[in-house]
Design a protein around this ligand. Structure first.
Ligand code: GLA
Length: 413
């Protein structure tokens, strides 16, 4: 800042800016740039693509409902540039691995799973008739893997965004989010909804977005939390149930939807459009498990809209109560929580300094998201780490969330 001010006063803004940028350049950006230069002797473009948190609205995205996510300062960085060969070399700094890709014979990488996230995006472009020429790239990131902050969506969004920029494919941001979701669904085989990539691509610093996952219409809301902060507690586990149970929940919701379409009319497009009264009047005809899944989704979708009004009106207490109600629904009706998540929520939600607490993301591990009074965070974390370690033997990690802009170019070649 000192350099900037001094040189600005000397009327030499051109000299000042590089100092200013370098001073504030993210370390990961420096790393991917250096590794790229060392390996390819070329100047890459660099893309930053954030992870996400979701304040409320869980398991609603693939049911055509609402979600309320924000992009975070934890992000994936990608340095990338076309290669002059028929092959491309891809390097993952975090995995300490590199892989040579033959662009005349693109196939899944069994030993380098991370490379499949890139291949999935190439496949989607090519399915749209957009040929992707060979390229070299370097990746690094600080989104904790398995924490439920969507590190894979961030990486896929970075690659999708970069190829669109490098080869002028002319894909708009909403279509890019759909393309990334399709890559994850078809190449990786995870039947996720659109929330993660949409939030990563469309994030806006200091804002959350209310996204209608059926229409993809969305609105930003300034995140005014006053004295409170968003804090994540990381269970440090990912139960291997996560994918099979996720797909099973989707299936059960589809079963519920086809029941309502059959009995109440084909015009219902998704479960989020079903009124609670239809559900209640159908209790005896629905499988009890399907009934509970539908109940959770319908209630959650109503809760998120009410929670959004609370947030706008500054009723933070009410917002927090709804977050905790979401956890109860996810635990008892949707059954995607686990003992570690429940322990973290149960231990903190009644604390005076905590507005709300719930599991975040797909479930069966990952993080809880909490709204905690700033001054109380360190003391609460210290206490919680001890009790969590006593209970599980796991060292509890905490991330204080700062919102950030969505996927963007941070350095041009
Ligand atoms: C995962 C999926 C999202 C969403 C959440 C649950 O994070 O990737 O699409 O379904 O679970 O809300």
């Amino acid at each position: 800042m000192f350099f900037f001010v001094t040189l600005f006063y000397q009327n030499n803004l051109f000299l000042a800016l590089p100092f200013y940028c370098k001073f504030y350049m993210n370390q990961l950006q420096v790393t991917v740039n250096q590794v790229f230069n060392n390996n390819f002797n070329q100047k890459p473009i660099i893309i930053r693509s954030p992870g996400r948190v979701n304040l409320i609205g869980e398991h609603t995205d693939y049911n055509g409902g609402f979600v309320l996510p924000a992009a975070t300062d934890k992000a994936a960085f990608l340095a990338i540039y076309p290669s002059n060969l028929k092959t491309g070399k891809w390097i993952s700094v975090d995995m300490k691995e590199s892989v040579e890709i033959d662009f005349t014979d693109l196939k899944p990488q069994i030993n380098h799973h991370w490379a499949n996230y890139i291949l999935g995006i190439i496949q989607q472009y090519e399915n749209r008739g957009l040929k992707v020429p060979p390229f070299n790239c370097v990746l690094a990131g600080d989104i904790p893997i398995g924490s439920g902050m969507s590190s894979s969506a961030a990486l896929e969004s970075a690659v999708g965004y970069a190829l669109n920029e490098l080869y002028n494919f002319g894909i708009d941001k909403k279509s890019l989010a759909k393309l990334v979701q399709q890559a994850e669904n078809e190449f990786i085989g995870v039947k996720c909804g659109i929330m993660d990539m949409f939030a990563s691509i469309h994030g806006k610093e200091n804002n959350v977005m209310l996204l209608n996952c059926e229409t993809l219409d969305f609105e930003y809301f300034p995140l005014n939390l006053g004295d409170y902060k968003i804090v994540l507690f990381d269970t440090g586990i990912k139960h291997n149930l996560v994918e099979s149970e996720y797909n099973l929940r989707r299936f059960q919701c589809e079963e519920g939807l086809s029941f309502f379409r059959k009995h109440f009319g084909e015009s219902v497009q998704n479960l989020s459009q079903v009124p609670l009264s239809w559900l209640q009047s159908s209790r005896s005809q629905l499988d009890p498990i399907v009934y509970h899944r539908c109940q959770y989704v319908i209630e959650e979708n109503q809760r998120i809209l009410a929670a959004c009004e609370d947030l706008q009106a500054g009723r933070l207490n009410d917002f927090g109560i709804k977050m905790t109600a979401t956890h109860e629904g996810l635990r008892n009706l949707y059954e995607v929580s686990c003992p570690e998540l429940d322990f973290l929520v149960d231990t903190v939600w009644h604390e005076k300094s905590v507005l709300g607490s719930r599991m975040m993301g797909g479930g069966f591990g990952g993080c809880t998201i909490n709204l905690i009074k700033s001054q109380a965070i360190d003391e609460l974390y210290a206490r919680l780490s001890i009790s969590y370690e006593n209970k599980t033997g796991i060292n509890l990690k905490m991330y204080s969330v700062v919102t950030a802009n969505g996927t963007e170019t941070v350095m041009t070649a």
